[in-house]
Design a protein around this ligand. Structure first.
Ligand SMILES: *[C@@H]1O[C@H](CO)[C@@H](O)[C@H](O)[C@H]1NC(C)=O
Ligand SMILES: *[C@@H]1O[C@H](CO)[C@@H](O)[C@H](O)[C@H]1NC(C)=O
Ligand SMILES: *[C@@H]1O[C@H](CO)[C@@H](O)[C@H](O)[C@H]1NC(C)=O
Ligand SMILES: *[C@@H]1O[C@H](CO)[C@@H](O)[C@H](O)[C@H]1NC(C)=O
Ligand SMILES: [Cu+2]
Length: 228
């Protein structure tokens, strides 16, 4: 083998440093890096039954909690010109803090999914690939209060060994309602060895794909549902 080839193999084996991180919170018309609990390194979490999956490991203590009104946009941008390059779905969850978001580590049955980005077919692929911004609307009827917003990519490039890229940020939702989403705990939200986590995306090429985790919660009534 030529040295250049060996070198590129070595780089492939250690490409952890090249990974993406959900680094900037987008909330309404604001963006914030200080509201994000940034992981100390950008290697993926592999054990989705451990507490590492909640908000990643070795995370910074975010120093800001961003106010945003129910119904507005929330989401993340990847850092440093990065784009998603591993195939796999992306999901966004909200977790209701018992008090201040800054004082809560995400433990307990407090989470619900508010958005997901899944597969496309013919040709098979994932709509997340090459994107760097993911936003959704906060359901307009959820209770006001402090929450963690959690973004997760489940990278499926190694069949049978899903890798999780996870980020959390602190928000304070105002102007909410009395909706009561069904909540799950994280970990605990994924079925251990869910076939959608272990799928071989290369062969046979999937013809259907369900994003893992609970269904997306949608506001029961938005102002636009009222027609007289
Ligand atoms: C934690 O993250 C810092 C960077 O923020 C890094 O220097 C350190 O090595 C990390 N520690 C562990 C145990 O991963
Ligand atoms: C994954 O995490 C669970 C819960 O903490 C632990 O019991 C298990 O040993 C871990 N698995 C591996 C392979 O580290
Ligand atoms: C949060 O804290 C509780 C209590 O100290 C602990 O049992 C739990 O494992 C922690 N969760 C995370 C995600 O660190
Ligand atoms: C965050 O704060 C906790 C508790 O004060 C501390 O144990 C931890 O080391 C801090 N983490 C970082 C990355 O500074
Ligand atoms: Cu990778």
């Amino acid at each position: 083998m030529k040295p250049a080839f060996i070198l590129s193999l070595a780089l492939l084996a250690s490409n952890g440093s090249a990974h993406y991180i959900f680094q900037t919170l987008i909330a309404g018309s604001k963006t914030s890096k200080l509201a994000v609990r940034v992981p100390g390194e950008n290697s993926p979490v592999k054990n989705y039954t451990s507490v590492d999956i909640t908000c990643n490991v070795n995370i910074s203590n975010a120093t800001e909690t961003v106010s945003v009104s129910a119904g507005s946009v929330v989401g993340f941008e990847l850092g440093e010109g990065k784009r998603i390059y591993h195939p796999g779905p992306i999901t966004m969850y909200l977790g209701k803090a018992p008090g201040k978001a800054a004082h809560w580590n995400g433990t307990g049955k407090a989470w619900f999914k508010i958005a997901e980005w899944g597969a496309t077919f013919s040709p098979f692929g994932f709509e997340t690939l090459n994107k760097n911004v993911f936003t959704a609307n906060i359901p307009s009827d959820i209770p006001s209060g402090e929450y963690l917003v959690r973004m997760e990519q489940i990278a499926l490039h190694i069949p049978g060994s899903p890798e999780f890229f996870v980020g959390c940020a602190q928000i304070k939702i105002t102007g909410g309602g009395s909706g009561s989403p069904t909540k799950v705990s994280i970990p605990g939200y994924l079925t251990y060895q869910d076939p959608e986590l272990l799928v071989d995306i290369y062969w046979p090429i999937p013809t259907e794909y369900t994003v893992p985790g609970p269904p997306v919660y949608r506001a029961r009534k938005s102002p636009r549902d009222f027609f007289w």
